[in-house]
Design a protein around this ligand. Structure first.
Ligand code: GLC
Length: 600
């Protein structure tokens, strides 16, 4: 059988043999060309369309030949457990295989600190805490565990890591950043190597997404989806390095930022997306838009032909149109037929998408490998997460060497909204998009950890508000901070101080006349300088995830205190933005952290 000529519209193939694109021994590039030559315009436009699982049925996937489906934050099957996830994935995948060409889908999800949508998954510290570890090898190992747990639900595309360089902690996505200088996000692209392995490949390799290209963390006033006003030289120096590192690691996809650069939305920015990312930097993977990112290109309420044309011609290959995917397909078809979107651009997008699907072995192994399903939330994974929690803590104050707490201390009083609340300690992107307080998933709270770590001779008393703390206790621990949030709902344009409820709790503990240790569970530095003199110790715990025991490990010295600030800590919110080297006088500088060794 002669190989199909690698040109569009090649002669019909002798169907007695399997088509070339179905031959796993053939080079990926040849399989792509063979398949592309068989695809209609509708096939190709379908491949570029990513719909939300709640807005498209498996039958829609078949009928419209959709290339991708996603679960947005909190878009979960019921019951929300790994097996049901895997069954859901397989249903969508079987529907894709029922199309004439049988092109499997890519299913995408935000496993940004572990497979957060899935109850029972192992959840790690959010990126700001991982930045504090300054341990790329640890972050790589985390990526590998996340890959196993995501693979256990069938899914092969993770919209992570966020490589934003946070320049103002008012930004609601501060905790999704590894740090305020490019060096930490650049180093922590090791997550990509853990998640994908040496390259995008078959499960448990999961395709990573470097996001959000470019400058998402540099917007004015930390306004999420706002405007990053920088000269090109500064944009390249501050925000581009992590993406260069991601490309060097073979990242399979790049997600475009909702934000703007000097007033122009990234989703329509052909210079940055095509001329810089694809041509100058040579990115050959998939460029995916963000959630309804087309709508905002011209500040309209919803996309129209102009936005579709602008986004696809800018270089976006896969369009995340969760609800309006039918209208997107119609609009893009019309733009192509009118000659306003070149067929070559459609083919380029399809080559990128199909290449990743062949590399992932999805044509040969489209369905979930259930061997990984049972590994979700396993003890080994949780042990790694616990180690990561300990490494992420930053001790900012430690009067008289109060920490680590002495073994055999006879009474400890624990208080605070975040002491015994797994939802608070996990933060956003946890079972729901915004996250929420309460027993939302499986793990150990910080109080669980303290109770487990305290010796048999130690009485651990607890009241969320601190009522009952008295002179009988030798030390009081206040676990306080921020309620969960995500994205723009976490922006803090006004005050950056502690919640009054938390301040009251700490006051009650101080009234007991005993040393007070404050454990801050927050997604960013907070304005606490005024209160700090009344605290004997302060530890930034960030958003530790499901393994609260890792906090107690440092508190009691089972683990060393080694973490260092990945962001500058303001002396006052009036200083914001405040960053390393800007000449201001912070409360704690970037890189600061008191350390102590683990107890023998
Ligand atoms: C959100 C976020 C992006 C995420 C996407 C899909 O709006 O900006 O980080 O990957 O939608 O959930």
């Amino acid at each position: 059988m002669d190989a199909i000529e690698n040109t569009a519209g090649s002669v019909p193939h002798d169907e007695t043999d399997a088509p070339l694109y179905r031959d796993p021994r053939a080079p990926v590039a040849a399989r792509v060309e063979d398949l592309l030559a068989r695809m209609s315009l509708d096939d190709k436009i379908g491949q570029m369309t990513q719909a939300e699982r709640l807005e498209a049925t498996p039958e829609d996937v078949t009928a419209h030949r959709l290339g991708s489906v996603l679960s947005g934050g909190g878009s979960v099957p019921s019951p929300n457990d790994p097996v049901t996830w895997a069954d859901m994935y397989d249903d969508f995948q079987r529907a894709a295989l029922a199309t004439p060409l049988g092109i499997p889908i890519l299913y995408g999800v935000d496993a940004v600190h572990g497979h957060g949508n899935v109850v029972g998954a192992t959840l790690f510290p959010h990126n700001i805490g991982l930045g504090a570890t300054r341990d790329p090898a640890l972050v790589r190992d985390i990526g590998a565990v996340v890959a196993e747990e995501v693979s256990g639900t069938g899914i092969t595309w993770n919209f992570a890591p966020c490589l934003g360089v946070v320049r103002n902690p008012r930004w609601g996505r501060t905790y999704e950043s590894f740090g305020e200088l490019p060096e930490l996000p650049t180093a922590m692209t090791s997550f990509i190597s853990g998640l994908q392995g040496p390259r995008v490949g078959p499960r448990p390799s999961v395709m990573a997404t470097a996001k959000h290209f470019v400058g998402d963390g540099g917007t004015k006033d930390g306004d999420d989806q706002g405007d990053t006003r920088l000269a090109e030289e500064e944009l390249r120096a501050l925000h581009l390095p992590p993406f260069l590192a991601a490309l060097e690691r073979g990242v399979g996809s790049v997600m475009i930022s909702h934000s703007s650069w000097n007033g122009l939305r990234l989703h329509g920015h052909r210079y940055l997306v095509t001329e810089v990312l694809k041509e100058e930097l040579g990115f050959s993977g998939i460029v995916v838009s963000d959630w309804n990112g087309l709508d905002m290109i011209y500040e309209a309420d919803a996309f129209g032909p102009a936005e579709v044309r602008a986004a696809v011609n800018a270089g976006i290959d896969m369009v995340m149109v969760p609800e309006e995917w039918r209208r997107f397909i119609e609009t893009l078809r019309a733009e192509v037929l009118a000659g306003r979107v070149p067929a070559a651009r459609i083919d380029d997008a399809n080559r990128r998408i199909l290449t990743r699907k062949f590399e992932q072995g999805l044509f040969e192994h489209p369905l979930t490998d259930r061997a990984y399903t049972g590994r979700i939330g396993g003890a080994e994974h949780r042990a790694l997460a616990r180690r990561a929690v300990a490494a992420s803590l930053v001790v900012l104050k430690n009067e008289g060497g109060l920490l680590p707490l002495a073994p055999g201390i006879d009474e400890i009083f624990v208080a605070g909204r975040s002491a015994h609340d797994i939802g608070m300690q996990c933060g956003g992107w946890t079972v729901s998009w915004q996250g929420e307080p309460g027993p939302v998933t499986v793990g150990t709270t910080i109080l669980d950890g303290i109770r487990a770590a305290a010796g048999p001779g130690t009485t651990v008393r607890y009241h969320p508000d601190g009522h009952g703390a008295g002179p009988s206790c030798k030390v009081a621990v206040a676990v306080v901070g921020e309620e969960p949030y995500a994205e723009d709902e976490g922006d803090r344009p006004a005050g950056m101080g502690l919640d009054p409820v938390d301040l009251d709790t700490i006051a009650r503990l101080r009234a007991a006349g005993v040393p007070v240790v404050v454990l801050l569970v927050s997604g960013r530095p907070l304005d606490i300088a005024a209160e700090l003199p009344g605290w004997d110790a302060l530890v930034a715990c960030w958003l530790p995830g499901t393994e609260g025991r890792g906090v107690a490990d440092v508190l009691f010295g089972a683990a060393a205190a080694t973490g260092r600030l990945p962001v500058t800590w303001m002396r006052s919110a009036d200083q914001l933005p405040i960053t390393h080297g800007d000449g201001q006088d912070p409360l704690f500088p970037y890189g600061f952290g008191l350390t102590y060794p683990a107890r023998p």
